[in-house]
Design a protein around this ligand. Sequence first.
Ligand code: HEM
Length: 122
Amino acid sequence: MQMALRIVALLTLLLGAVLALQLLGVVLVSGLVNMFHLLLGIATVILAFAALSSALRDGAWRGIGAWFAVVPLVMGLLYYTNVIRLPVWIWLHVLMGLLAIGFIEMAFARRRRLGRAPSEQL
Ligand code: HEM
C-alpha cells in the first residue's frame, strides 16, 4: 500500500509538472495528461487515507499526510469544472499539491522513525 501510494503520488507530481510547463508555454501536451493527472490525484487521495489514516489517531496535525491531499484535489476540481479559472488559483494548487506530497513523505519518515510493526502500518 505504502509503495503504491508513493508511486501514484510521484506520477501525479510528474504529470502536474508537465501541466505546469504547459501553462508556462514551454510544452504542449495532449488533454490525456490532464485526465491522467486528475485520476492519479483522486487515487493519491484514496491511497493516502487508506495507508496513513492510523496516524490520525495522534491528531489532525500528526495525521496531515492522510488528509491534506484533499486540498489540492478540491482546488483542482474547482478549476477543472470552470468554477474558479484564476491563474493564481492553479499556482496555489501547485503549491498545495507539493505540500501534500511532502506531508505524505513526512508521514512515512515518521513511521520509520517510530518503527511501528507492519500490522500497525495498514
Ligand atoms: C495530491 C496532489 C494533487 C492532486 C490531488 C491534484 C489534482 C488536480 C486536479 C483534479 C486537477 C484538475 C484536472 C486537470 O486539469 O488535470 C489539477 C490540475 C492541475 N494540476 Fe494538480 N493535483 C495535485 C498535485 C499537483 C502538483 C504537485 C502539480 C505541479 C507540480 C500540479 C499541477 C497542476 C496543474 C498545472 C493543473 C492545471 C492543468 C490545466 O492547465 O488544466 N498538481 N490537479
